[in-house]
Design a protein around this ligand. Structure first.
Ligand SMILES: [Zn+2]
Length: 268
């Protein structure tokens, strides 16, 4: 019942930003909230190759950490706007989300240097291998090191890298990756959430016991061992929710589907 309250709240919070925002706008809104709310703190984890500081923003309501980072790759924009929606709830003492006993650690734009048009647009594009930050632990970029350091510092019970397929020019059905299996009934609940909005999870992915639309990261093979996901999985669950570029669904629904999948899996 309490979880339903959280889902409802998130749905309302997602309406606050009617469109998915480019990185510069997300970062500006994070900074504005940081200046306004003393409960929102900030910590630096080095800087990127352009000299820009890599910041995480924290709301501390408990000891156990939930770690989320947006814009891990170029044009993967859904999660940045989702983080803003969630942050606004966490800063509202009357919200259900603010009553949950967690330390929330958010990086609003992890990979700024590779974003199109200096972070000012939502242009569709495909990343190159050299633009990745999550798959190069053996030769880490500053952004990779930031993720690893945050993980080692806070040992997050739940890490939610906000990757998506929103950057694609064509439609790619949504699919969900996990470091560790979840129960069949929780997977079914997530699948139903998507079908209720007229979207089917990609049936090409299928890991038991979760079924269609889900894959287990260790099944990727050796490459997985070189990923931040593998590192973060030492401390807890790791989830990616690959939200499509889907013109028929309003942006607020794309943002909501990604966030709520995270909440359902994290809370169950
Ligand atoms: Zn990605």
């Amino acid at each position: 019942m309490a979880l339903e309250l959280g889902l409802h709240e998130l749905f309302t919070a997602c309406q606050y930003e009617p469109s998915i925002l480019p990185p510069v706008d997300v970062l500006e809104r994070f900074e504005a909230l940081y200046k306004r709310y003393p409960a929102l703190t900030r910590r630096q984890w080095g800087e990127d190759t352009s000299g820009r500081p890599l910041y995480s923003y924290h709301v501390e309501h408990g000891e156990e950490t939930i770690f989320m980072y947006a814009f891990p790759d170029p044009g993967e924009a859904v999660g940045g706007t989702g983080l803003l929606a969630l942050l606004r709830l966490l800063l509202d003492p009357d919200s259900y989300m603010a009553s949950l006993p967690y330390r929330w650690v958010f990086v609003p734009c992890l990979n700024f240097v590779d974003q199109p048009d200096k972070g000012r647009s939502l242009r569709k594009l495909m990343k190159t291998a050299s633009q990745e930050v999550d798959w190069c632990v053996s030769a880490p970029r500053p952004e990779t090191t930031a993720v690893l350091d945050i993980a080692d510092t806070y040992k997050p019970i739940f890490t939610f890298p906000l990757h998506d397929e929103y950057h694609h020019r064509r439609y790619v059905a949504p699919y969900i990756g996990l470091a560790k299996p979840i129960d069949e009934d929780i997977a079914m609940r997530v699948r139903t959430l998507f079908t209720d909005h007229g979207v089917e999870l990609d049936r090409e992915y299928c890991s038991e016991p979760m079924g269609e639309g889900f894959f287990l990261m260790p099944e990727i093979g050796e490459e997985y061992l070189n990923s931040t996901f593998h590192h973060c999985a030492h401390y807890g669950q790791v989830l990616v929710v690959e939200i499509p570029s889907q013109s028929e669904l309003p942006d607020v629904i794309l943002t909501y589907l990604q966030l709520v999948t995270g909440l359902i899996i994290c809370m169950s």
